[in-house]
Design a protein around this ligand. Structure first.
Ligand SMILES: C[S@@+](CC[C@H](N)C(=O)[O-])C[C@H]1O[C@@H](n2cnc3c(N)ncnc32)[C@H](O)[C@@H]1O
Length: 289
């Protein structure tokens, strides 16, 4: 059953362009009035935005100043040069490229992505890596194969049921002791900007154009779903936009927009990204109930 959709909101992979977009009136279904597209169908939605996402997403301030440093920080203690890595929701390859910049071998990276057009772009850009068109919750992957699984800005697209199934599938694909890093839009950000605080889906405008559906859920709920799938949670972080001239230099307009909305107050700032670092229990590891 479709939920009633809350007032049109903005996806957090959007920065200033989307924040300037006119917020549309509430709709009661998830069919785009502009295109007739089913906004709950991520394959369609991300096919339509493939070229634009490919061009714009790597330049977003929230990626440069928060997402990318969080990914680097989460894997800083690992030697990625021999690691088998699973890039979940790999889109057109932004995260795969970053993993390669962090020392991973492209041939050791497998991306899974539901949008065929995004996969085509990723494969064209990084031919040595492996990209599969598939759904994270059902895709068949080798068991006990990966040292690391990463999802960046993907969990906000997954319902509770889809996150649970994706987590179980990912757990199976990881080696015992293997690490999961998932980074996604912090619910504080959604609540502050969009006034969406009720668990469930809402429609959002993307900065690269078009619209899609995101899912609001508290960080603790995400952690519980991931724990219930069998992971051990090692760390949960909620990150604001850091302030400073070096961050402003990335994109002054986006930076000023964030600061004007109250994101730039260090520890008191509104969180834009949530991060969960977890692992699959090692052989013989005793997991607390
Ligand atoms: C905001 S993009 C982030 C892409 C990439 N992780 C990055 O940070 O550049 C979200 C991606 O997740 C993909 N996605 C959403 N639900 C999915 C699912 N169930 N299975 C596979 N991919 C999915 C979308 O198609 C989209 O490409």
């Amino acid at each position: 059953m479709k939920r009633k959709i809350t007032p049109m909101a903005l996806n957090d992979e959007h920065d200033v362009q989307a924040e300037d977009t006119t917020v549309e009136a509430a709709t009661e279904d998830t069919t785009s009035r502009r295109s007739g597209m089913d906004l709950t169908n991520n394959a369609q939605v991300y096919d339509a935005g493939a070229e634009a996402f490919h061009t714009k997403a790597p330049k977003l301030l929230s990626w440069e100043a928060v997402g990318r440093p969080a990914l680097e920080h989460s894997l800083a203690d690992m030697d990625l040069s021999q690691a088998q890595i699973y890039d979940g929701g790999s889109a057109s390859g932004r995260i795969t490229k970053q993993l390669i910049a962090m020392g991973a071998q492209p041939q050791n990276i497998t991306g899974v992505e539901i949008s065929p057009d995004q996969v085509a772009l990723a494969q064209q850009d990084i031919p040595e890596a492996h990209f599969i068109v598939g759904d994270l919750s059902t895709v068949e992957l080798p068991s006990d194969h990966f040292d690391v699984a990463v999802r960046h800005m993907v969990d906000e697209h997954l319902s509770n049921e889809a996150l649970a199934a994706t987590s179980r599938n990912t757990l199976d694909a990881l080696k015992p002791g293997g690490r999961l890093v998932t980074i996604w839009t912090d619910p504080q950000r959604v609540a502050h900007t969009e006034h969406v605080t009720e668990e469930g889906p809402f429609v959002t405008n993307f900065p690269w154009g078009g619209q899609g559906t995101n899912y609001y859920r508290e960080v603790d709920r995400s952690a519980q779903i991931i724990r219930d799938a069998g992971f051990v949670i090692d760390r949960i972080e909620e990150l604001p936009i850091p302030d400073g001239d070096d961050v402003r230099d990335i994109d002054p307009q986006a930076y000023d927009n964030y600061m004007g909305q109250g994101y730039g107050h260090g520890e008191a700032g509104i969180r834009v990204r949530a991060v969960i670092i977890a692992h699959k229990p090692a052989v013989g590891e005793v997991v607390a109930a």
